[in-house]
Design a protein around this ligand. Structure first.
Ligand SMILES: Nc1ncnc2c1ncn2[C@@H]1O[C@H](COP(=O)(O)OP(=O)(O)OP(=O)(O)O)[C@@H](O)[C@H]1O
Ligand SMILES: Cc1ncc(COP(=O)(O)O)c(N)n1
Length: 273
């Protein structure tokens, strides 16, 4: 079988831990062929974001239309979008090119606390992108911002908020519980037409968690064309992320919150599909 083309629409992180750099490493490790449309440059390291240079929306549209006039895309991961105008360009491309398996990571704030999405753009993510995504993967602060509510503090509150995100028009929601703390890290997958599923992994004792959200969403996009449904793709993506976290301390990529390790030798060939 020919390989799958996986497109990342996201920002650039020079430190290689998040953004399109993390996405490409993930796609390759999981057997996909990676493509990118870059929405913003960041000046960023493991210690934080020094600046953001947004790409004009019409140039994001030109990147998308040029690529998609030529190449088949089998799944899409959307990350940092920066402005309402860029969100509009991406929403239009999803419709025009009928993009399949769209995984939306609604990136708002970097782990370092720096803003990666204009505050006024949250309404546009809710109205333009949530209904167009096949799966949206918010962390707890992002879910709270999309709903205009306080952050969930336990699994019951996560269930309720995930349900309200479906009410807003999302097809499927993977609400990530990484911010809850504890010995395990638990995420909740809900869909309008299926029973909720809980995915729990050991919490890896590392400070190197830069790009965990980027890695999980791009692993889901890479695996979805190789799996029968999103539940199997999410299960295996979480296994991949947990292994990448376990190997993170082998890297020496800066002095702050370091990246996870996309070292594909530990990912069994059979699991690539
Ligand atoms: N220390 C850890 N050990 C194992 N899994 C973790 C750990 N930290 C986070 N995770 C998992 O990583 C994924 C992303 O976590 P989180 O909820 O922190 O999302 P995020 O804040 O969007 O990530 P990012 O800050 O990279 O955007 C989730 O599946 C979460 O359960
Ligand atoms: C370009 C880009 N995209 C996404 C993130 C979020 O990742 P994190 O929350 O781990 O900082 C980031 N820091 N930079």
């Amino acid at each position: 079988m020919s390989s799958h083309n996986i497109l990342s629409i996201a920002g650039s992180d020079p430190s290689g831990g998040a953004g399109v750099q993390a996405d490409l490493k993930t796609f390759s490790a999981l057997g996909g062929y990676g493509m990118t449309v870059i929405t913003a440059l960041t000046a960023q390291s493991t210690t934080g974001v020094a600046g953001v240079q947004e790409v004009p929306a019409d140039f994001v549209a030109l990147q998308l239309d040029t690529l998609l006039a030529d190449a088949r895309v089998d799944a899409v991961k959307i990350g940092m979008l920066a402005t309402p105008e860029v969100i509009g360009a991406v929403a239009k491309a999803i419709d025009t090119h009928r993009l399949p398996h769209v995984v939306l990571d609604p990136v708002m704030v970097a782990k370092s606390g720096d803003r990666l999405l204009a505050a006024e753009a949250i309404d546009v993510v809710r109205s333009e992108l949530l209904p167009r995504a096949d799966l949206v993967t918010p962390n707890l602060p992002e879910a709270a911002a999309l709903l205009g509510e306080d952050e969930a503090g336990d699994l019951d509150a996560m269930r309720a908020q995930a349900g309200r995100l479906l009410d807003l028009g999302a097809r499927r929601v993977l609400l990530k519980g990484g911010h809850l703390g504890g010995d395990t890290s638990t995420d909740l997958l809900v869909a309008a037409d299926a029973a909720p599923q809980v995915f729990t992994a050991e919490r890896v004792a590392t400070r190197n968690t830069h790009g965990t959200g980027c890695t999980l969403s791009s692993a889901i996009a890479a695996l979805r064309p190789q799996r029968p449904g999103f539940d199997a793709a999410v299960r295996d993506a979480k296994t991949y992320l947990t292994a990448a976290l376990r190997h993170a301390d082998a890297l020496d990529a800066g002095h702050g919150t370091g990246p996870v390790h996309h070292f594909h030798a530990w990912w069994p060939t059979g699991a690539r599909g």
